[in-house]
Every structure is written in structure tokens, then in C-alpha cells.
Design a protein around this ligand. Structure first.
Ligand SMILES: [Zn+2]
Length: 449
């Protein structure tokens, strides 16, 4: 049989194995070697094609912008002088040592670019399984992650398998996301500050209407205005948080513009009311802009939960429940001991990987990376839950942020059309990754040599 014929036969058979669930997606490279003698580096291209074909057949969407690299693997080089092995993308032509710039020895050893590689020439996309969600949304999402090195995509895939096996992730996702900007004012005395607060409150309905007008494009609306009073030496500070809600957009730019507008209106109002202020500024420090505070008002709440009857949990996973629960407790308390208001474990890696794959706005996912985790027993069930209190996302390519054709393709393949679906898919993937990690660690399968 010619190699091309052999390749076609192997691809068809591997796609069928992937569909039946008998072949884990990250094992396709090995399967091509062991069953078809398709050796490295030839197996890498074929494995990527198998996974893509499988994804196309299960989602009905096509890969086009997310291309497979012409050499989808890495190559190992060794520098004698530095006694170090380096791994370079096989296309890379600058093969001198990154440290001493000397010549390196080509070891002729190949490895996958990332686990379950499916495409991407600059960012490497991994396939990380499919996950069913129920509750606020009923849907099955396909997971594509730009995760980089490591076993993360495999962990998410395994977690998805377990969650689907036990009926899917039960998700709760807010209908609206919040965006906030703060107007800060300083007064000479508590009395003037009180007067100012009263006149501002008296005009709030008027202000809100004008602000809504400023936020029409992305259909934003002021949802609340919160006052906070802080005294510092001779300064009497008044923080006015203008909070707006958005359905499908991030809204950060719009609320900023609207507050910039209303700040001028507030100043005019104070002037005509004869109320002196020492300073009037946009107070970014108080609006939860990228701050890990439990009072952070940005983004949208999303949670995902898995419930498994205790007996099934113990027999299926062959695990001591108490040990599992204690591990989660040790982990969460560890974060608390460090003074973190949130726990952030695998989520700290999965969230950026989803943001990188989809290039949604904001492209820096820091504010959305806060995460709470819970494990316990309720009514005879083991309950495992993660919460993302501040998922910030705009899924459309607009003035708010451009999304490249390849990232838009990723969104289509993943099955994400709305910001709410993005949040649901995100929290379900974090649940999968965290749950799998908790199992692996409490079964002492991880971090053991
Ligand atoms: Zn060197």
C-alpha cells in the first residue's frame, strides 16, 4: 500500500474511533504509529487532520482560517556548551542556541506542538472535548483552547467526559453583564459633601436617561448608581459608581464615555447649586477595573455544578470521598491563607486559553479569572461547583473590539453565538478542568514521579 493510501485509510479509521469514543483525541499520534506504522514526523499532520475531520463532522462547521502549519510539530536541539535541550517549531529556521547563539545539535526528535493540536500557525489550537450544559442554557459546546504547553487540554477533555457521563454541567449565567466607571469628588467638609450627594441624587433620573442615550449603540442601560463616602485627612471624598448593564457587549468603553459626559453635568449642577468641590475626576481606583475585589462590579456571574450520588461517585471514580473533599478544602484554604479573596486554580490557565482561542473583548482576561470553588455533600449527592463572578465578554466584532477571522471561526466551531453562551462554555470548561484535577490529585496520580 502506498503511504498516501495508508494515510487515507488510517484517517478514516481514526475518525471513526474518535466518534465512538474508543480513541482519546490526544492519542491519535500514537495510534498512527502503533497501528499503521506512520512514523514521526508524518503522523503529526495526519493526527491534526483526523481531529479536524472529527470536529467538522460532529459540529457541521468547517475549518478554513485556522490552518494546519506546514510542519505541525516541534524539533529538539541540543547545545553542548549550555548543556540544554531546546524545542523549536519545526518551521523555525533560526536554529542557533537561544542562550549562547552557538550551533546546536539537531537531535532529530519530534514532538507534538501542543496536546491534541488541530491547527493554528501563530497560536496553536488544542481540541479539548465537548461539554453538555443544562440549566439556564441547554447546549453542547466544542472546546478549542490556545493553552500552550502542558496537559491542560487533556485534563479538560477528561473532565468533560466525566461531566457528560453524569448528565452534564448545570449552569447558571446572568442575563446581563455589568460595566462600571466611577466619578470621584473631594469636598472641604462633610456638610458640603452631604449637600452635593443630595443634589446629585435629586437629578439621578435625568442623568440616567442622558447616559442611556450615550450607550445606545450597544444597548446599555444604567442599572444602579452607588455612593461611597471616604474620609482622608482634610479631604471628604464622594465616590459615585455608575453601573450599567449590557446583554452582549462588554460595555467598558460606553460606560466610560457616558460617565465622562455625566461628570460635566454633575459639575455644572454643583456650580449652579453653589456647592464648592476641591476636585472632580474619573476615579478608576474605585470602579473595580481589573482589581481582585469581592466588590468588583464588572462582568457577568456564571456558575457550573456537577452532582453525583455518593455511591456512584465512589464506585465509578474508585476514590475515597473524604480524601477528595479534604483536598478541595486544603486548596481553597491555601488561597484564603495567602489573602486571596478568590481561589484560582486550573481556571487561571483555562480562562486565558479560551480568551486566546476566541479573541473576544477584553483580550486580557484578568478580571474574568477570579474563581470560587466548592465541594461538599448535599442530599446524598457529591456536589462540585465552580463560580466565575466576573466574566467580562463581548463576542461580536464591533467598534468595541475586532475579532480575527480565525477566532470568529473558533467561536462558530465552539458553538458560541452570544455572550451568555460564552460564559456558559467558559464556566463549564473550568468545571471540567478543576474536577479532573481534583480527582487526579486526590488519587495521587498527579505530581508523583
Ligand atoms: Zn548555548
Amino acid at each position: 500500500m502506498t503511504d498516501t493510501k495508508k494515510g487515507h485509510k488510517a484517517t478514516d479509521e481514526c475518525v471513526e474511533l474518535l466518534k465512538s469514543g474508543k480513541l482519546p483525541p490526544w492519542r491519535v499520534e500514537d495510534e498512527l504509529v502503533s497501528t499503521y506504522q506512520l512514523l514521526p514526523p508524518d503522523n503529526f499532520m495526519l493526527a491534526a487532520r483526523c481531529r479536524r475531520k472529527f470536529i467538522e463532522e460532529t459540529t457541521g462547521e468547517k475549518f478554513s482560517w485556522i490552518r494546519i502549519s506546514e510542519k505541525p510539530y516541534k524539533n529538539r536541539y541540543f547545545c553542548r556548551k549550555d548543556d540544554l535541550t531546546f524545542e523549536l517549531d519545526a518551521r523555525d529556521r533560526y536554529v542557533r542556541c537561544p542562550l549562547c547563539h552557538g550551533k546546536m545539535m539537531d537531535l532529530g526528535e519530534f514532538a507534538p506542538l501542543v496536546a491534541s493540536y488541530v491547527g493554528g500557525c501563530e497560536s496553536y489550537y488544542s481540541y479539548a472535548g465537548r461539554i453538555q450544559v443544562k440549566g439556564d442554557l441547554e447546549k453542547e459546546f466544542t472546546n478549542l483552547l490556545v493553552y500552550g504547553t502542558g496537559l491542560g487540554p487533556i485534563g479538560v477533555t477528561r473532565g468533560c467526559y466525566y461531566i457528560n457521563r453524569f448528565g452534564g454541567a448545570d449552569v447558571k449565567v446572568d442575563k446581563f453583564a455589568r460595566a462600571v466607571r466611577c466619578h470621584g469628588l473631594i469636598f472641604e467638609s462633610d456638610r458640603t459633601r452631604k449637600k452635593a450627594k443630595d443634589v446629585i441624587e435629586g437629578q439621578l433620573d435625568e442623568f440616567k436617561k442622558k447616559m442611556d442615550d450615550q450607550m445606545k449603540e450597544f444597548k446599555g442601560g444604567v442599572s444602579s448608581v452607588d455612593f461611597d463616602l471616604v474620609d482622608a485627612q482634610e479631604d471628604y471624598i464622594l465616590y459615585v459608581d455608575f453601573v450599567a448593564s449590557f446583554t452582549n457587549f462588554r460595555g467598558h468603553g460606553d460606560i466610560s464615555r457616558a460617565v465622562g459626559f455625566v461628570k460635566k453635568e454633575v459639575e455644572d449642577l454643583l456650580d449652579t447649586s453653589g456647592i464648592d468641590y476641591k476636585l472632580s475626576v474619573i476615579a478608576q481606583g474605585h470602579d473595580g477595573d481589573l482589581k481582585p475585589s469581592p466588590r468588583n462590579k464588572r462582568g457577568r456571574y456564571a456558575s457550573a455544578e456537577l452532582r453525583i450520588p455518593i455511591h456512584e461517585f465512589e464506585t465509578f471514580f474508585k476514590i475515597d470521598l473524604q480524601k477528595f473533599l479534604s483536598f478541595v478544602k486544603v486548596d481553597a484554604l491555601g488561597a484564603e491563607k495567602l489573602g486571596c479573596p478568590f481561589y484560582s486554580g486550573m481556571g487561571g490557565e483555562i480562562l486565558p486559553a479560551v480568551y486566546k482561542a476566541t479573541q473576544v473583548n477584553p483580550q486580557s482576561p484578568l478580571v474574568s479569572s477570579f474563581q470560587n470553588i466548592y465541594a461538599g455533600v448535599e442530599n446524598g449527592d457529591v456536589v462540585y461547583r465552580v463560580e466565575l463572578p466576573n466574566v467580562e465578554v463581548g463576542v461580536f466584532s464591533t467598534r468595541e473590539g475586532i475579532i480575527s477571522p480565525s477566532a470568529r471561526e473558533a467561536l462558530r466551531i465552539m458553538g458560541i453565538q452570544t455572550a451568555r453562551e460564552f460564559a456558559a462554555s467558559l464556566v463549564a470548561q473550568v468545571l471540567a478542568g478543576e474536577f479532573n484535577l481534583a480527582l487526579e490529585i486526590s488519587r495521587e496520580k498527579l505530581y508523583s514521579s
